[in-house]
Write a protein that binds this ligand. Structure first.
Ligand SMILES: [Zn+2]
Ligand SMILES: [Zn+2]
Ligand SMILES: [Zn+2]
Length: 248
């Protein structure tokens, strides 16, 4: 049995029995909701038990599927096709080993240019959440993007996070409806309570924006993986970028 949970503990689930190999999905919807790209295993619905679902919310980005997230902390946990008896879950939310492996990558053509694509230029970056309740701009280029595999980023993104530095003064909001969750170390994550998209993270000293919520070419570049000592067991990092076991 595997147990998974969101960062705030409002959603806890158990998975019993055989889980499908993990699919990494780079589609625009998964990109926005996870802040980078999503990874999901799947089981039949009766093999997944919701132990706690106080803060579980669903958002349907289309008529074909719904996306389950925690509206207490913004963690992206589930995906389910309408009228399907299968449910996808984020292995990033599982506590302890999963024994799973990423087997396929889907929709790589929709992947962010900051980790999958040709160098671009960007004078203005346009950001938005999946449902569109949040929209902002900031000056480009995105620049350096760091991938973070820490426990908190795993839980909230459903896989691992990718973000770039952007001070508050740089961000111009055109529509804002965010909710804040204060993490165990005092870091604050701002996410959309309607669709669950993670948008910002700020600590006492800095603020970063999730790279996957930018809609246009970014001129960003993923340059480093941090907190790899906390990464999930279901993927390997094979891009040749520097890896740090800590946050440096
Ligand atoms: Zn939560
Ligand atoms: Zn939204
Ligand atoms: Zn992190």
């Amino acid at each position: 049995m595997m147990r998974g949970s969101c960062l705030c503990g409002g959603v806890v689930f158990d998975v019993l029995g055989h889980s499908r190999p993990v699919i990494a999905c780079h589609c625009t919807q998964c990109r926005k909701q996870s802040g980078h790209f999503w990874a999901a295993s799947a089981v039949s619905e009766d093999a997944l038990t919701l132990v706690k679902s106080d803060t579980l919310a669903w958002y349907a980005a289309s008529d074909s599927a719904r996306r389950g997230f925690c509206n207490g902390c913004g963690a992206f946990l589930f995906w389910q096709a309408m009228e399907s008896d299968q449910i996808s879950f984020a292995p990033g939310a599982i506590d302890g080993p999963t024994g799973l492996q990423i087997a396929e990558h889907w929709y790589e053509d929709d992947a962010g240019d900051y980790y999958h694509g040709q160098p671009t230029t960007a004078e203005v970056l346009y950001g938005s959440c999946l449902c569109g309740a949040n929209r902002f701009t900031l000056s480009g280029p995105m620049g350096e993007v760091w991938g973070c595999h820490c426990h908190q980023c795993r839980k909230t993104s459903g896989h691992y996070s990718a973000s770039f530095d952007a001070p508050t003064s740089m961000i111009e909001w055109h529509a804002r409806r965010t909710r804040d969750h204060v993490g165990p170390n005092g870091g604050v994550r701002s996410f959309c309570p309607t669709c669950g998209s993670g948008l910002l993270f700020r600590s006492a000293s800095e603020q970063s924006v999730e790279a996957g919520v930018i809609d246009n070419p970014t001129a960003g570049r993923l340059v480093r993986h941090i907190h790899v000592s906390s990464k999930g067991d279901y993927y390997e990092l094979t891009d040749g970028l520097p890896q740090s076991p800590s946050g440096e």
